[in-house]
Write a protein that binds this ligand. Structure first.
Ligand code: NAP
Length: 253
């Protein structure tokens, strides 16, 4: 008989930021399929995710916060961990702003950096600190991007933030690997979510992107979910500071 226990999240409680939609919802549902309970952290109604997670027979807790308010987000995470420890944290919430570099505003810079990088770091800090102080094993998965490796077009703050996510993933792995906290990342390719709606609505950009994807299709949130399960499960015990592209082959091209 096949033993899949190294890929099981049974009995685990894992927080996912931005769990109401898109990739975060895909990850929440994949965690539930693997037997893990999910704590969704976000600013919008998570009713749909709650239904999908509970349909797998595991618990879902919805916790409301605007993650651009770093202090409020960290406080909420600490309260969640005070109730019961978290076996994993997925830093998924992220935003994008598009404009030519010569017209890009300070507001669009700050908004993106606050959610994608600043809050991601301080949530990571709170999570790692709690694990290390309690001597508990911990697992973090950061959602990076192809734009952690490439420049992109018309998305300067997004590219800067996602390069930063890759750097922080490696830095935190260096500091925490020996302390029992795994820190890794996933770099999704072009996935059909709200984040890429503008691209998909632009026929020229949409065609150019599709033609460059070896798999011949855009990704869907489910494509990312099982990679996250792997990084949250015992199967990836010896992985630290890795970034897994889930991109239909884009980076291989
Ligand atoms: P999405 O559908 O727009 O989801 C983004 C999530 O982040 C939503 O749950 C959103 O909540 C949440 N969020 C944004 N700002 C927030 C805030 N201030 N407070 C609380 N929650 C906030 O896009 P997605 O594609 O699933 O994005 C998820 C992650 O994947 C992001 O980090 C993104 O950069 C990354 N990514 C996406 C792609 C892609 O092709 N789609 C590729 C590479 C990386 P609301 O619904 O309330 O806004």
């Amino acid at each position: 008989m096949t033993d899949l226990s190294a890929f099981s999240l049974e009995g685990k409680r894992i927080a996912v930021t931005g769990a109401n939609t898109g990739i975060g919802q895909g990850i929440a549902v994949a965690i539930a399929r693997a037997g893990g309970a999910v704590v969704g952290i976000g600013r919008s109604s998570m009713d749909e995710t709650q239904r999908l997670v509970e349909a797998q027979g595991v618990a879902f807790e919805a916790e409301k916060v605007d993650i651009s308010d770093t202090k409020a987000a960290v406080k909420l995470l600490q309260e969640i961990m005070a109730k019961r420890p978290l076996d994993g944290l997925v830093n998924n919430a992220g935003i994008i702003r598009r404009a030519d570099a010569i017209n890009f505003t300070e507001e669009d810079w700050d908004e993106v950096m606050n959610v994608n990088l600043k809050s991601l770091f301080f949530l990571s800090q709170a999570y790692g600190k709690a694990c290390i102080e309690a001597g508990r094993r911990g697992r973090m998965v950061n959602i990076a991007s192809l734009l952690s490796f490439q420049g992109g077009i018309r998305v300067p703050s997004y590219t800067a933030s996602k390069h930063g996510v890759l750097g922080l993933t490696r830095l935190l792995a260096n500091e925490w690997a020996a302390k029992g906290v795994n820190v890794n990342a996933i770099a999704p390719g072009y996935i059909e979510t709200n984040n890429t709606e503008a691209l998909r609505n632009d026929p020229a950009r949409s065609k150019a992107i599709l033609e460059r994807i070896p798999a011949g299709r855009w990704g869907v949130p489910d494509d990312i979910g099982d990679a996250a399960v792997f990084l949250l499960a015992p199967a990836s015990n010896y992985m630290h500071g890795a970034v897994i592209p889930v991109d239909g082959g884009w980076l291989a091209r």
